[in-house]
Design a protein. Structure first.
Length: 664
């Protein structure tokens, strides 16, 4: 593989040997150890009388196109002179003797790289030749392609040192290890099938340079389709993380290294996510899109024409179908998993790369537990693919309750199960059956939970998340509202944007604070309040996740929101039989109870919500712990009295009946 390179290097060595011999013939003191550190009168006279000249070089044989040197010359458009200059600069990296040779020919023992003037002289070119000097210009193939570095820029042109980057030397010697400079911006990529048919895009990429933008939704297969299309077109894939590229201390240098790496390996670039640089670093995005090689960008934003000088091919990236999702999971797991993976993974909108990682995470968790993979392992692996950005904007709750913990009227529970069914089968109904309406609506599911405080709205959202295997993220909209114009919309946009990268249930608590009715415009406050509501209307429609709005005041919500909701579920105050069940469940089986505990009386006498009953149960448990005995009716009445005081309700002895004697 390196035979031709070494053969050409030997040709350059003969040139240098002849140049050294020619120099020695006119050098009065060739063995001077302090050469280059001072000038004697003899040296000055020699320079005046005998200008530097090298023997004319022997003609070089043409470079074979099958060798790496030949492929490099062809791919980068190098001329025969360019190849000779490259080899002259490369020799010190192949044989350290040439450092001494170049120090001698440079008349300076400290300058052990060939200078521009020395390289031109060894190639038999006059130093004043305009075309020869142009081969070392910044826009010439050698330097524009990153194959040759010209150093010592403070020196005159002919005295500047030439050096070949280590990555180019390694390539010519047969080493395909990627440039270490790109370690922080490259993205790991695996060959993933099932991302759609790559053939149409591969035909488009068969040319020398092409710009493609694959716009995708959550769970889209944009990067997988881009990579498989490049491979089908006969190119290698160089995947780039644009977020890390934007954080690079020298992004322009990184882009040049990416260009060189892609050209050395005949690769195309797969760059994602475009959203990370499109708004904050448009200049960096233009630098990437202007590269003279196939560039495939993946993101969620609509394309802006200002991001590139040439128009891209716009492609809508497909989602991974539920069937393909399950098949890819099984293939990635590498073992037989007899589980209904289509149903288990249906609530999760995962990219092909996330599916592969989730399968490996599930297998690892099962090995830790020393048991076969079960449904919990599959869900845990899928949840592990969530981004962490939403945790900074919302409170994450890992569900620990189930359907058996709910105490609700039958119709309310039925509607909650219908909501879960919508979230589980949305890909099938809205995707396969194409039941999604127009107007730019996403594949999200939105519901309203309306009821008094403590009637089970948050707990129901947690149960739904647990049933789907998702995390619950609660957003207190009261903390989102900002008095400055436009800030509320920005806060909400950040939440929706981060939620788009998370497979979870998004619960908007106190929804009426922002989703309130629009009013007639009487002043500037009304106008901007209506702008917030209008923004939320369209943002909810385009959201692809599962969003639940919780409110204590259903009547305050705008009718336009209600029309866009999939379900509106009312949570009534529990009746006496439900309160009795709540009393029994909240006290639990572990708390010891005295024989005088009268839970039927509490259920009949006190009209309390489930949240109030839970608070009373906790207070009573503390009283029992302090007393060091079982929970008595006196303790429970005392806890109820404290809850009444919290609620600002009057403690009427008639309401407590015969147990009023326990009141303080």
């Amino acid at each position: 593989m390196t035979a031709e390179l070494l053969s050409r290097a030997r040709e350059m060595e003969l040139r240098i040997r002849r140049a050294v011999e020619a120099r020695r013939e006119v050098d009065p003191n060739p063995d001077d150890a302090f050469r280059g550190l001072y000038l004697t009168e003899e040296t000055v006279e020699r320079l005046l009388e005998a200008p530097r000249a090298f023997p004319p070089p022997e003609p070089s044989a043409p470079v074979s196109s099958a060798s790496r040197l030949g492929r490099l010359a062809g791919d980068f458009g190098l001329s025969a002179l360019d190849v000779d200059i490259l080899l002259i600069a490369l020799l010190p990296d192949l044989d350290d003797r040439f450092e001494a040779f170049y120090g001698y020919l440079n008349d300076d023992v400290t300058r052990r790289r060939p200078s521009a003037g020395l390289a031109l002289g060894l190639c038999g070119m006059p130093h004043a030749d305009r075309e020869a000097r142009a081969r070392l210009g910044e826009q010439a193939p050698l330097r524009a392609g990153g194959l040759l570095l010209v150093e010592d820029r403070d020196r005159p042109f002919l005295g500047r040192a030439l050096r070949v980057p280590d990555r180019v030397t390694a390539y010519l010697l047969g080493d395909d290890t990627p440039d270490p400079r790109l370690a922080d911006v490259r993205a790991p990529r695996e060959a993933i099938r099932g991302a759609g048919d790559p053939a149409p895009l591969a035909r488009f990429l068969s040319g020398p340079a092409a710009l493609v933008y694959l716009q995708e939704d959550q769970g889209g297969a944009g990067t997988a389709l881009a990579a498989s299309s490049l491979e089908a077109a006969g190119r290698a894939v160089l995947a780039v993380d644009l977020a890390r590229l934007a954080e690079d201390p020298a992004p322009a240098e990184a882009v040049r290294c990416l260009l060189r790496e892609a050209r050395l390996t005949s690769a195309g670039l797969v760059c994602a996510p475009l959203d990370a640089v499109a708004r904050e670093r448009p200049g960096l995005l233009r630098a990437v899109t202007d590269l003279p090689l196939p560039v495939l960008l993946v993101g969620r934003l609509p394309w802006d024409a200002s991001w590139s000088t040439a128009p891209p091919l716009l492609v809508r990236a497909p989602r991974v179908t539920p069937e393909t999702r399950a098949a890819l999971w099984r293939e990635s797991a590498g073992e037989d998993v007899p589980l209904p993976l289509e149903d288990l993974l249906s609530p999760f909108l995962l990219t092909p790369e996330q599916i592969v990682r989730s399968a490996k995470a599930a297998i690892q968790k099962a090995r830790l537990d020393a048991k076969p993979v079960d449904a919990d392992h599959v869900r845990q692996g899928a949840r592990a693919q969530n981004a962490a950005g939403l945790d900074r904007l919302a409170r994450r709750i890992e569900p620990t309750v189930g359907w058996h913990d709910l105490v609700l009227p039958p119709d309310t529970e039925t509607q909650l199960r219908e909501l879960t069914s919508r979230a589980r089968h949305r890909d099938h109904v809205l995707g396969t059956w194409s039941m999604r309406p127009g107007g730019g609506r996403g594949r999200g599911v939105a519901a309203l939970f309306a009821g008094d405080s403590g009637t089970g709205k948050t707990m129901s959202a947690e149960v739904i998340a647990a049933d789907l295997g998702l995390d619950l993220y609660t957003v207190d909209l009261a903390t989102v509202i900002d008095k400055y114009v436009g800030e509320t919309e920005k806060n909400l946009e950040r939440i929706f944007t981060e939620a788009a990268g998370v497979n979870g249930v998004l619960l908007f608590d106190e929804a009426d604070a922002v989703f309130g009715k629009r009013s007639d415009v009487k002043d500037a406050h009304d106008r901007y309040a209506n702008v917030e509501s209008a923004y939320l209307l369209q943002r909810m429609e385009s959201f692809d996740g599962l969003a639940i709005l919780a409110t204590n005041l259903r009547a305050n919500l705008d009718d336009a929101f209600t029309r866009r909701l999939d379900l509106v579920i009312d949570f009534p105050v529990p009746d006496a039989p439900q309160r009795l069940l709540l009393w029994d469940r909240t006290l639990g089986p572990q708390l010891p109870r005295a024989t005088d505990l009268d839970l039927p009386f509490c259920a009949e006498a006190f009209e309390l919500s489930g949240g109030n009953i839970r608070s009373i149960a906790v207070t009573a448990a503390y009283l029992a712990a302090e007393a060091g005995g079982p929970l008595t009716m006196r303790m429970l009445i005392h806890a109820i009295q404290r809850e009444y005081q919290k609620l600002g309700r009057l403690t009427l002895p008639s309401e407590f009946g015969s147990y009023s004697v326990f009141l303080n």
